[in-house]
Design a protein around this ligand. Structure first.
Ligand code: ZN
Length: 207
């Protein structure tokens, strides 16, 4: 496993957090967390990530900020060293969803870098996917690195594009649908609070 590759991802994520007050203010970001030994684990979407993120632009067609691009480049450079995960089963989300999404825990209790007060994931969903209603105890802040999606909380529907954030409070059911054309969505997701080491679980549809 390439330690340097993962360090590059962490350094790019640190730059993103420091440049983004909403992220820096959400939960503490450690200076030098210990690197954990995690086995690289690939999921199908990794094979298409380079293509899907090539020339990523914001939803209004503008080039994305350089510190977003630096993180994308670091993820692509280290994709084969990452322990990619998929929380759900094909029965819950369908085969197409399973083929075209994946995430990893960069920082946290079971992350590539160890921390017990902040958990940070990087997740990708391809175009035209519906992430059904789900919830978890930890509070969550999504930040859009590239692409866009419609987030659903209660009866609210919010389009979130590059640089936007989306907050989910403890145990609040939420759902997400990515745009049918253009790029999928690459997200930086922070968790804090009770239930930090938990997992999301599907909930009944809210509407
Ligand atoms: Zn969530």
């Amino acid at each position: 496993m390439s330690v340097n590759a993962l360090n590059r991802v962490f350094d790019a994520a640190t730059a993103l957090v420091k440049a983004t007050p909403a992220l820096g203010g959400f939960s503490p970001w450690p200076d030098a967390p210990a690197l954990a030994q995690r086995e690289p684990t690939l999921v199908p979407v990794v094979a298409t990530l380079h293509t899907e993120l090539a020339g990523a632009v914001s939803s209004d067609g503008l080039a994305i900020p350089q510190h977003h691009q630096d993180l994308i480049d670091a993820i692509l450079a280290s994709a084969d060293d990452i322990e990619w995960r998929r929380t759900y089963t094909e029965q819950e989300v369908g085969a197409d969803f399973m083929r075209r999404y994946g995430y990893f825990e960069l920082l946290g209790p079971s992350g590539h870098f160890f921390d017990q007060s902040t958990r940070a994931f990087i997740g990708y969903w391809g175009t035209g996917l519906h992430y059904p209603w789900h919830a978890h105890q930890a509070e969550e802040l999504y930040f859009v690195i590239a692409g866009s999606a419609e987030f659903a909380v209660s009866e609210e529907r919010c389009h979130r594009g590059v640089g936007d954030t989306q907050l989910h409070t403890a145990n609040q059911p939420h759902a997400m649908t990515t745009a049918k054309d253009g790029h999928g969505i690459l997200t930086f997701v922070m968790w804090r609070g009770d239930g930090l080491d938990g997992l999301p679980a599907m909930t009944p549809d809210v509407i």
